[in-house]
Write a protein that binds this ligand. Sequence first.
Ligand code: LMR
Length: 390
Amino acid sequence: MTVFADVPLAPRDPILGITEAFVADQNPDKVNLGVGVYLDAQGKLPVLECVRRAKEQVALAAKPAAYLPINGLAAYDAGVKELVFGAGSPLLERAVTVQGLGGTGALRIGAEFLRQLNAAAPVLISDPSWENHRALFTRTGFAVGTYRYYEPGVGLDFPGMLADLQDAAAGTVVVLHACCHNPTGYDLTPAQWTQVADAVQERQLVPFLDMAYQGFRDGLAADGAVVAEFAGRSVPLLVATSFSKSLSLYGERVGALSVLGQDAEEAARILSQLKVCVRTLYSNPPTYGAALAAAVLADPELRALWDAELAQMRDRIKVMRKALAERLGPDFAFVTGQSGLFSYTGLAADQMRALREQHSVYGLDSGRICVAALNEGNIDRVAQAIQAVR
Ligand code: LMR
């Protein structure tokens, strides 16, 4: 008998576990609408042209793979900081950005940092939220609660959300989806964001913005504008950025955590602590994806190309939303009013299971499907399968 004798078998991950089941399915017509991955019209993972050109630049400048600094590639951190807070913004002086392993890694560094500051702080996530938000903050040691966000048949429950934030204790960490809410697809209007930021300031909460889908609602600048709502107030701010979806660099694990302090001196102390978090979690980050993202962020031509390619991805998703709604009838008209990669279908867990088991169409038990994986070749099959389980 060893210490491993009583290791319990963990359940499959609610999102990546669906991919595991999909991979094991022998049906040649299977469709994976589980994980949040954008696929092109041919059902392929795209290589963005801006990334292809960045690869040429990075190859020309290829260096031996020395360790990066603990906080990551300097050009990358600087580029992300400008993306988050605005080029030339006075905020840059009191902000710090560290490279992270995707958006999840950025959230984890932020959670670790916050736990060192106050392990007793409550954490609030939206109800519902990305499944890994609860797991990640719970495993870091926090008690995780929820604020109201979604009402079945209605969409966004903004009065509920606001009331719950106005009720939160000072110091509560509030995880907010900057855009393309995961899993529901329902976002706040700019005016609603102002009200949320008012509540955050009034209650002295700690906003932690998850910007994993920046660019997929209205574009990089428009989606990033929410940062200014919080940055203009006397509240701390954490922002997790991911380039997994927006640069289609999933496996390169390119993300970043940005934190805004009160002044440059405070920001330097924050950075020193973030480095301790990174060093003890995984020492320092990998080079390649960050070099690619840094090249896109720094080169005006590649940056413009990126904007255009994001617009193409957004437009294709919108076309697929419309096509799905048309096939499913008026009850599914709501699909076109949601943003980003996901649609919360309202289907129950047993219907989602039936979709998988009887039709090889893989979505999450929560009813979430990734509409960004639909295409002309699979949409009829998916629509028929949904009709069959309704
Ligand atoms: C998702 O929600 O499907 C994505 O964010 C991928 C992931 O890591 O869960």
